[in-house]
Design a protein around this ligand. Structure first.
Ligand code: HH2
Length: 270
């Protein structure tokens, strides 16, 4: 990839952990999506179901009712769209509406029919690690070695996806920051992120405003921008290529400066 891909989060939910309810109204979500493109988002990730710890699952009908009007207006609006769902029916309607990527936090484990759809459509697929389900994942998560375990899981899910007919080049992998992890697990994953590079697929990271930042700094969810920028910059240094964030403008700026310092992009004195 030529430059870091910033994926702007568009949550059309009443209960997302950081912006639940803020963009439930379709018009506000559409305006928000347009703002994120203006701020430099390369990709918009639209979701209609919260996966925060303890969240209740919603039906495919409800999820679609939330995201369909938003998709209709933002597809073709300057940034490709990914649909954050684990359900075939939602993914199918989103792809029909012009979405190009399916971002599945269950890594194709929730809906046995989702992998076939992704194979047939030739869309991009994000495979994320999660221990358990959103309802249970923060109940004493434990690993032998968190990085080795996440890596083995992602390797198995890539193999599964490829066996289902999804082209390997279309797959991104994601360690699932905050999904069945203690603060130490999240820190270790971010510190040793480079070990996931041997999977041979671009690494996507979603640390934006997450609770490990709150636990380290004592800051509430609306006050975690500094920690979000820091964690994304270090994820860049450690090999991430896709950054799923709420604060596109600030993270884009942080990544641009970090790239210049790290020599990842040439910068010519004006
Ligand atoms: N995190 C969330 C949702 N989807 N997808 C990927 N690939 N990686 C992530 O880390 C990830 C994700 C959770 O964040 P958010 O959408 O802001 O909250 P909620 O699930 O409460 O809607």
């Amino acid at each position: 990839m030529e430059r870091p891909i910033v994926m702007g989060v568009v949550n059309v939910t009443p209960d997302s952990f950081s912006d639940g309810g803020a963009f439930l109204d379709a018009e506000r979500a559409i305006d928000h999506a347009r703002d994120l493109v203006g701020e430099g988002a390369d990709l918009l990730d639209v979701g209609g179901e919260s996966t925060r710890p303890g969240a209740e699952a919603v039906s495919a009908e409800e999820e679609l009712r939330r995201v369909a009007p938003v998709l209709e207006h933002i597809v073709g609006g300057g940034a490709p769209v990914s649909i954050d769902t684990s359900k075939r029916a939602v993914a199918e309607a989103a792809l029909d509406a012009g979405a190009e990527i399916v971002n599945d936090v269950s890594a194709l484990r929730s809906d046995p029919e989702l992998s076939d759809l992704c194979a047939e459509r030739g869309c991009g697929v994000v495979l994320m690690h999660m221990l358990g389900t959103p309802r249970t994942m923060q109940e004493a998560p434990s690993y032998e070695d968190v990085v080795d375990d996440v890596k083995a899981f992602l390797a198995e899910r890539v193999e599964f996806a490829v066996a289902a007919g999804i082209a390997a080049e279309r797959i991104w992998v994601d360690p699932g920051i905050g999904f069945g992890k203690t603060v130490q697990h999240n820190l270790e994953l971010l510190r040793r992120l480079g070990e996931l590079r041997s999977l041979g697929r671009p690494i996507c990271v979603g640390s934006s405003r997450k609770s490990f930042i709150g636990k380290i700094t004592g800051r509430e969810v609306e006050d975690r921008l500094g920690g979000t920028v820091a964690s994304n910059v270090l994820a860049l240094r450690n090999g991430a290529e896709v950054f799923r964030v709420h604060d596109v403008r600030e993270v884009r700026q942080g990544l641009e400066v970090a790239e210049a310092i790290l020599g990842l992009r040439s910068w010519v004195e004006p």
